[in-house]
Design a protein around this ligand. Structure first.
Ligand code: FE2
Length: 253
């Protein structure tokens, strides 16, 4: 066997190096392909998640519209309250962008009223004690109706607790202060603001300024003072614009 020369050693090293380089290039191409595949999967997943979120919102709006269709008076109340509530939630520091469930809860807050007869719901004179007791059951009925709808998440807490009061005299559970979920405390102000500024069977609408005074006076009794402060820092024009926006988005009968 002839001895290995220096030239042969260099040649074999060069061949080994070329092999290694080819393998490295192949690995890099493969990795780039994996990365491209991953990007594509991620893009598709994001599109699917957005589609799912749109479907959830469409379902919730359909349900909310079905509840409101029987009430010519409060027409679009849920849409307006949801719009006011989202602005208030942002001002209060609630992470609404990450939690569409809160908006779902705002839209569906009165779904339990399906169980309240029209004769009671639209009565223009004062309610009897029994009638009032029936109306007061709507948050519990609503949360029962939605109990198994998982995607509503903490939105269901808004449905159950939107008539609780800061001082503990609300219903259905008589929660007080911070026992009341923050989203429900925010919602209570949005709900009252819309109730005061729209015509109802039993009284006429009042202006934004007057409504503000009434809400601010109820800080610490009906409402969370911190949420009232957040509300009071938002101008009337913001709420007026939101209200107009909901009206102009409504479809004619
Ligand atoms: Fe309600």
């Amino acid at each position: 066997m002839s001895p290995i020369t220096g030239e042969e050693t260099v040649a074999s090293l060069r061949a080994a190096l070329e092999r290694t380089e080819r393998q490295a290039a192949a690995r890099q191409t493969q990795l780039e392909r994996y990365a491209a595949d991953l990007r594509e999967v991620f893009k598709q997943e994001r599109a699917r998640a957005q589609e799912l979120r749109r479907s959830y919102m469409a379902t919730v709006r359909a349900l909310s519209n079905a509840v409101e269709a029987r009430d010519a008076y409060t027409g679009k109340h849920a849409e307006r309250v949801a719009a006011y509530g989202m602005v208030l939630a942002q001002a209060t520091g609630l992470q609404v962008a990450d939690s569409p469930q809160i908006e779902f809860g705002f839209l569906l807050h009165d779904v339990g009223k399906v169980a309240v007869p029209d004769a009671i719901l639209f009565k223009s004179s004062s309610l009897t004690e029994e009638e009032y007791a029936l109306v007061r059951r709507h948050p519990v009925i609503g949360s029962e109706i939605l109990r198994d709808v998982d995607f509503l998440g903490e939105g269901k807490l808004v449905v159950r607790h939107h008539h609780e009061r800061w001082d503990g005299t609300g219903y259905p559970d008589g929660l007080r202060g911070e026992q009341i979920p923050l989203a429900a405390r925010v919602f209570a102000i949005a709900d009252t603001l819309d109730a005061l500024t729209t015509d109802r069977p039993y009284r006429k609408a009042i202006g934004w300024e007057e409504a503000r005074k009434i809400i601010c006076r109820a800080a610490g009794t009906q409402f969370d003072p911190a949420v009232v402060a957040a509300y009071d820092a938002i101008g009337d024009e913001t709420f007026a614009r939101l209200s107009d926006g909901v009206r102009s988005s409504s479809t004619p009968p």
